[in-house]
Design a protein around this ligand. Structure first.
Ligand code: CA
Ligand code: CA
Ligand code: CA
Ligand code: CA
Length: 450
């Protein structure tokens, strides 16, 4: 059943929450008090990026950080690689050895654009190579492959998966899903996009669940003509409370010939039956972002955070965040920005229950508040129960963008999680460049929850 969320009605119903968000326009004193402590900073070299996925994974003491770097200079060769960083210090522990081929086949083959950590007895890392020719058997003309590599075995490749159909880019998005085929290791959700122009017509986008053991297809969903991207964003989690993880798919739609999407949709699918548990549309934002949050109202079902930084044309559309209920699909709460240009909901990160009310909380980034990168980015820490702000993290300098991506984890064991933030920093010598920074949130959260 499809629910068309009416955000005008929601906005009225949640005017209190809206007011709270609007009041968060930072004064200069807030910049002083809400920085968070920087544990470490890493800078990308000239022409390099931290543009791949950002994850935290179990390390020796606290959590480590995994980051995909699709553009990295290795002895003047532009390659893609995955780095494992010490969560405590940011030091590179391991790099490149998990790549299979460390050096990309060609510049821009999409290596490490997409990563997913597959937890389980024999944990593994799923690495996407969106544009490379698949090195295993695959259909003619398909591009992209998914490598399942074993970090404990120097990056030995457990499985190599290619597109199932011709003329696809396989692995445009990748996410992990709790073990579906019963071998004790998480499996992988993969989105593929057709290699076509928008006018071409009947090619389909595909979202599949594949086994991390051998790449077997466990389930798939296709979406026909008019879809600008079925699976532009993916996640998984037990939404309906039956004990099995479900697949959460965000998509953008329009009619054939449209220059831009005119609708955004989110679907939740049951993997065993393939049926849609929930479908939502009516979002104000075209660039969908979403995250499985967990059970915020203690009814045994999992909730989802949905938002996105770029709104549809229309004066009433504002950047909006909604937490929807896994039980009945209704909004649990909604918050929004009154500035159309705010890049609200660019990234989400789960924080766990930091204010000890039983509901999982989360972080929401807003890297800019105007059309230009403007040095006024911030990250909101939000209560998962009701959307109340638990703190606002601002950078200690004027970044061009703050919070392009985020991940949270126990980098230093104990207390609230630390937050790793991707920022676009500016300095006179180097101009704009990518940075990763780890923030300790202890004081920020303690102050707000006291
Ligand atoms: Ca499995
Ligand atoms: Ca389920
Ligand atoms: Ca629930
Ligand atoms: Ca909480």
């Amino acid at each position: 059943m499809t629910r068309r969320l009416s955000f005008q009605a929601l906005a009225a119903a949640f005017s209190l929450a809206a007011t709270t968000m609007a009041q968060q326009a930072p004064s200069s004193s807030e910049f002083e008090t809400e920085r968070g402590n920087v544990l470490w900073t890493l800078r990308a070299g000239l022409g390099e990026e931290y543009a791949g996925e950002l994850l935290t994974v179990p390390g020796d003491a606290g959590d480590d950080v995994l980051v995909g770097r699709p553009r990295f200079y290795d002895h003047d060769q532009l390659v893609g690689r995955v780095e494992r960083l010490s969560g405590a210090t940011g030091e590179v522990i391991e790099a490149g050895s998990w790549n299979g081929p460390l050096t990309s086949e060609r510049r821009g083959d999409g290596y490490a654009n997409q990563l997913a950590w597959l937890a389980g007895e024999k944990a593994a890392l799923a690495v996407g190579r969106t544009r490379a020719r698949c090195e295993a058997e695959g259909p003619q003309g398909a591009r992209g492959e998914l490598l399942v590599v074993d970090p404990a075995d120097a990056g030995a490749v457990d499985a190599r998966v290619c597109a199932a159909l011709e003329r696809m880019f396989f692995g445009t998005r990748v996410a992990s899903i709790a073990d579906i085929d019963g071998d004790g290791r998480d499996d992988v959700v993969v989105a593929s996009a057709p290699r076509r122009s928008k006018q071409d017509g009947d090619d389909q986008s595909i979202v599949e669940v594949v086994s991390s053991a051998d790449g077997r297809r466990l389930q798939s969903w296709t979406c026909p003509t008019g879809v600008f991207g079925f699976g532009v964003v993916l996640d998984s989690g037990d939404v309906d409370g039956d004990g099995v993880s479900d697949v959460i798919v965000g998509s953008q739609r329009g009619e054939p010939g449209d220059e831009a999407p005119t609708e955004a949709w989110v679907h939740v699918f049951d993997v065993a039956t393939g049926r849609a548990i929930h479908s939502w549309t009516g979002f104000t934002t075209v660039d969908l972002n979403l995250m499985f949050l967990g059970d915020v109202d203690a009814d045994g079902t999992g909730e989802i955070v949905i938002g996105g930084p770029k709104v549809f044309e229309g004066a009433d559309n504002m950047p909006t965040l909604t937490v929807v209920s896994g039980a009945d699909g209704q909004a649990v709460f909604t918050t929004f920005r009154t500035n159309r240009r705010a890049a609200y909901c660019t990234a989400f990160a789960p924080l766990g229950d930091v204010n000890a009310d039983g509901a999982p909380d989360f972080a929401v980034s807003e890297p800019r508040v105007s059309r230009m990168w403007d040095g006024r980015g911030r990250i909101y820490l939000v209560s998962g129960a009701d959307g109340e702000p638990l703190g606002t993290l601002t950078p200690d300098r004027l970044d061009a963008a703050f919070g392009l991506d985020m991940a949270a984890g126990q980098l230093v064991p104990g207390g609230p999680p630390e937050l790793i933030v991707r920022a676009l920093a500016i300095d006179i010598e180097r101009g704009e460049h990518d940075e990763l920074r780890a923030y300790d949130l202890t004081e920020l959260i303690a102050e707000r929850t006291r």
